[in-house]
Structure formats: structure tokens, C-alpha cells
Design a protein around this ligand. Structure first.
Ligand code: AMP
Length: 383
């Protein structure tokens, strides 16, 4: 298939901020954008789309209407019913393909994929019953962590098993489901790698970045990560192994743990652009959304080089004074090296990702200092 050039139509499954930022990038270059979402009209991505279809992912008629209007389809989130993925793939190129989305939307399938491909990750067992949990904990040792196999993110559906945890009680929320029990990794830092793979298998990877979480949700990304060159090499190699193993096309993120001994292992794979890659919009020659656009349209990838050190800070609904009252954005907007990105969400809720800002610096230290300055000027932005 020849590359899709503007004004071809890019179809996006999902209507959130990742779809919005892809839509912005695609429309800038003259592509048309169609959003398919089960959210109401006017969703974050729909605000920048030519076409917005609001229907369930199980609605074949609506899906067909969407597919008849697009040239290629991508997804901005992974929890898409398999029947929908199959219907899309039967009619239009789906990039990344069903294999990548189906594997990574489910922790059990993802973990088995990593194990089968010899990709370093925390040791784990799959369990379905309390007896299996007891056996797994005995084998893996404490502490360990129980995670739901399906549809978990940002620490949801997880329970840590400590020395004194009663397994019967811990198992209750998981009863009747598959779960993954993972050995606890005493990591010294969490990093991630975002990159893209083209239709012809070429890869362009942004560097390794350092992620700090608050309440299991990404709070700050420091780019580049303050890690050794050996850690960088391992992280990049792991990203490539995952991308090749999944026959990946598009932008993909891999979250990793770094141990005190300098070992790197995969925590999670996201088959899409990632929150920890938002800094690329302001700090890289080609950002993660433009790479996604290029890759899914069958074009060659752009230069992923980071030109300026950057720190990205997430803005959750928690910093909104109330549901419909915005914080005072002056401290961010007045800063000469800060860039504000808001996602156009109708109302703010606790823990909801509402936006982010990126601060550029001559060095990481300078960017971190600037973030402190912005936060000090407006204490409500502290989160
Ligand atoms: P996840 O949803 O799997 O990315 O987990 C959310 C967060 O929980 C991670 O970013 C880690 O901070 C922590 N976590 C998850 N799994 C482990 C593990 N096996 N060992 C240590 N910390 C973990």
C-alpha cells in the first residue's frame, strides 16, 4: 500500500487526550481526522476532529459508518473489545495491529508475551484461585503484588502482599478473575521509553526518561533520565525487543524498573503514545504524536532527538478549586520556558488527567528549579 498523504483521513478509536494530541498534529499537516468514541459529543479528541462518531464499541452499524470514512485506523487507548478490533482489521489497516493491542490490553497476555520472548520483567505467576495465590506467594516470596489480568491501569486493581497480609482477605476483590502475582521489584527509579516503528520495520526511539508517581499516577517526567549509559542501553534494547516481538507499527511506550544493581526490567507496555512522552511535544525535533501519524500513514519516521532538557508536570483534577473553576494559570503562562497543555475536559474530578505543562531548561536542574518556582507561585498547582 502506498503511503497515505494529506488529506487522507486518520481514524482514531478513543476520544481522550492522546487522541486529541494526535488529531492536533495530524490536522496541522493537513490530514482529516475521524474519532470513534463511546464518550458524549465534544470529547477532548472530538474538539479537533472533522468527524466524531459517538457510539458503543460493540455497535457494528456505527463502526461501519466510521470505517467507510477513514483510510487508516489507530487507537488512543487499549481497552477495546476484541470483536471491534477484528471488525476494524477486516476493513481497514489497523496500526498498531490487533496482535499488539490484544496482547497489551491484558496483563496476563502481556506478561506471557514478555516471558516467551525472553524480555526481562518481574517474575510472576498467573492465578485463578486462593489456593493458587497461596502457592504463588510461597514461591515468589513476600512482598509481592496481585494485579488483575484485565483492564487495570494507574495502580487500579492491585494489592500489595506484605509480610503480615492475610491472603484470604487479599484475594477477595480478585475472586472469580484471573490475576497476575508479581514479585516485588525493589527499584531505585522508574523510567520509560517512547518510540515509534514504521510499516517497514524501522525504529526511531526517544531517549530514556525518569518518571515520578504520586498515588500510582504519573506526576513528573524528567527528560532525559539521570541514569547510567548502561541503563539507557538496556532500556532501549528492551523497547526494541517489545516492538519487534509485537510486529508493532506506530508509537509505543514501555515502562521499566531500574534496580540498585543497574538491571532494567519491563513493567508495562502501552500500545500508544504515553503520558511520559508528552515532553516530546516541546523538547524533541519530532514528537510522539507526529511519529504516530507518520508511522500509521506508512511514511518514514522523523528525527526523535531531544533538543532541550525538559520536565513535564501532570495537572490532575485535584488542582482545580472546584469542578468547573480553573486554577489560576498565570504562573505557568507567565513563565518564559513553560508550555501549558489543557485537554478540554468538561469537568474536573480528583485523579482525572486534565492537562500538563512542560518546562524547558538549559539543564535538568534548571528545569526542575523552574518547576519549583511555578509551584511556589501558585500553591494550588502542587497537586
Ligand atoms: P502498574 O499499574 O503495573 O504500572 O503499577 C503501578 C505502580 O505500582 C508502578 O508504577 C510501581 O510504582 C508500582 N509497582 C507495580 N508493580 C510493582 C512491582 N512488581 N514491584 C514494585 N513496584 C511495583
Amino acid at each position: 500500500m502506498p503511503p497515505l498523504l494529506p488529506p487522507s483521513t486518520i481514524g482514531i478509536l478513543g476520544g481522550g487526550q492522546l487522541g486529541r494530541m494526535l488529531a492536533l498534529e495530524a490536522r496541522r499537516s493537513g490530514y482529516r481526522v475521524a474519532i470513534y468514541t463511546d464518550e458524549p459529543q465534544g470529547c477532548p479528541a472530538g474538539q479537533f476532529a472533522d468527524i466524531e462518531i459517538n457510539a458503543s464499541y460493540d455497535d457494528p452499524a456505527a463502526l461501519e459508518r466510521f470505517l467507510s470514512q477513514v483510510d487508516v485506523v489507530t487507537a488512543e487507548f487499549e481497552n477495546i473489545p476484541d470483536a471491534c478490533l477484528q471488525a476494524v482489521e477486516a476493513m481497514k489497516p489497523l496500526r498498531p495491529g490487533r496482535k499488539a493491542i490484544y496482547t497489551t490490553q491484558h496483563r496476563e497476555r502481556e506478561k506471557l508475551f514478555l516471558r516467551e520472548n525472553g524480555i526481562a520483567c518481574a517474575e510472576f505467576r498467573i492465578v485463578e484461585t486462593l489456593a493458587q495465590l497461596e502457592a504463588a506467594v510461597a514461591e515468589l516470596g513476600r512482598p509481592c503484588v496481585i494485579k488483575t489480568a484485565a483492564f487495570g491501569y494507574d495502580g487500579k486493581g492491585q494489592a500489595k502482599v506484605n509480610a503480615d497480609t492475610d491472603l484470604t482477605t487479599a484475594w477477595k476483590p480478585f475472586e472469580g478473575h484471573h490475576a497476575v502475582v508479581e514479585q516485588w521489584v525493589p527499584f531505585v527509579c522508574e523510567v520509560s521509553v517512547v518510540g515509534a516503528r514504521s510499516v517497514d520495520g524501522r525504529m526511531a526511539v526517544h531517549g530514556v526518561v525518569e518518571n515520578q508517581h504520586a498515588h500510582h499516577i504519573l506526576d513528573v517526567t524528567i527528560a532525559p533520565a539521570r541514569v547510567s549509559p548502561e541503563v539507557v542501553d538496556q532500556a532501549m534494547e528492551l523497547w526494541e525487543a517489545v516492538a519487534v516481538g509485537l510486529d508493532y507499527v506506530g508509537t509505543m511506550a514501555v515502562e521499566l524498573f531500574v534496580t540498585a544493581e543497574g538491571h532494567v526490567m519491563v513493567n508495562e507496555v502501552a500500545p500508544r503514545p504515553h503520558n511520559s512522552g508528552h515532553y516530546t511535544i516541546d523538547a524533541c525535533v519530532t514528537n510522539q504524536f507526529q511519529q504516530q501519524m507518520r508511522a500509521i500513514c506508512g511514511l518514514s519516521l522523523g528525527d526523535p532527538t531531544q533538543h532541550t532538557p525538559a520536565v513535564m508536570v501532570n495537572l490532575l483534577g485535584d488542582v482545580w478549586p472546584s469542578e468547573h473553576v480553573h486554577p489560576d494559570w498565570a504562573p505557568v503562562l507567565n513563565h518564559p520556558r513553560a508550555k501549558l497543555h489543557l485537554y478540554g475536559k468538561a469537568s474536573a474530578r480528583a485523579k482525572r488527567k486534565m492537562g500538563h505543562y512542560t518546562v524547558l531548561g538549559g539543564s535538568i536542574e534548571e528545569a526542575l528549579e523552574a518547576v519549583e518556582q511555578v509551584r511556589a507561585e501558585h500553591s494550588s498547582l502542587r497537586g
